[in-house]
Design a protein around this ligand. Structure first.
Ligand SMILES: NC(=O)c1ccc[n+]([C@@H]2O[C@H](COP(=O)([O-])OP(=O)(O)OC[C@H]3O[C@@H](n4cnc5c(N)ncnc54)[C@H](OP(=O)(O)O)[C@@H]3O)[C@@H](O)[C@H]2O)c1
Length: 214
């Protein structure tokens, strides 16, 4: 399995760490280029290689670990996906400046966390990601838990549950296998329309909940 990672921040770097720990190879990228990733790849060992955005996006399975505000611009700049798998790990939230009017908005229940929800008019966020990545089989996964817990697939005598959803059975099977290979317990939430909503932060009913399969 050939894996690419777009984004080397909190999620991208920790996803790479999980892969490395399980002997899975990947190319990781960011906006600043491979030279900026040398320290990270040295730490992660021989399975993780630094590459350009374009190299990472050419892999068979690509994880988008970029902020919502960057997603459209980054994905629209890439060539046609030709049926490859794009794991949408994004969530439709924006970071707010401390001290800005948004930070004091009494109608924003997330202000204390420094974020606000992006209003998508009820559309599943992965629908928008899919529109920005023509030809990609989009699977929503690795988005619903804080990255820190992704370092602990086994917990309380069981396996931590990771949700995934999508509209292409073959793509979902590949992501399920990836989730299993990294030591988690995969749970299929169905289509993007249904599962995407359920597991999407900030308001998805199953987002940020920790389930453990005993
Ligand atoms: N943090 C979490 O706990 C968590 C958990 C689940 C899901 N998520 C979701 O994952 C996504 C990323 O979150 P994060 O916390 O990892 O954000 P982050 O730490 O800000 O990292 C964002 C990454 O995107 C990269 N990027 C921006 N433009 C790019 C471009 N043109 N080409 C390649 N890479 C580019 C940045 O590159 P540079 O490093 O060069 O700036 C950075 O490495 C968000 O949608 C978030 O909602 C986050």
């Amino acid at each position: 399995m050939n894996i690419g990672i777009i984004g080397s921040g909190a999620l991208g770097a920790n996803f790479a760490r999980i892969l490395a720990r399980n002997g899975l190879s990947a190319v990781i990228s960011n906006s600043r280029g491979p030279a900026s990733l040398q320290e990270l790849v040295r730490e992660l060992g021989p399975h993780i290689r630094a590459g350009t955005l374009e190299e990472a996006a050419r892999a068979d399975i690509v994880l988008a670990a970029i902020r919502w505000v960057d997603a459209e611009r980054v994905l629209r700049g890439l060539p046609h996906w030709r049926g490859r798998v794009l794991i949408d790990a994004t969530n439709p939230v924006e970071f707010i400046e401390p001290g800005s009017p948004d930070a004091q908005d009494p109608n924003n229940p997330l202000a204390a966390y420094g974020i606000k929800a992006v209003d998508l008019g009820g559309r599943p966020s992965s629908d928008i990601i899919r529109q920005c990545a023509p030809g990609a089989h989009v699977v929503k996964a690795f988005n619903h838990l804080d990255v820190n817990v992704l370092q602990q697939p086994e917990v309380a005598g069981g396996k931590r549950v990771l949700f995934y959803s999508g509209d292409d059975a073959a793509a979902k099977a590949q992501v399920r296998q990836l989730i299993e290979s990294t030591g988690f317990f995969p749970v299929d939430l169905g289509s993007l329309e249904v599962g995407g909503h359920l597991a999407s932060l900030p308001f998805g009913a199953l987002s940020a909940h920790h389930f453990v399969k005993l």
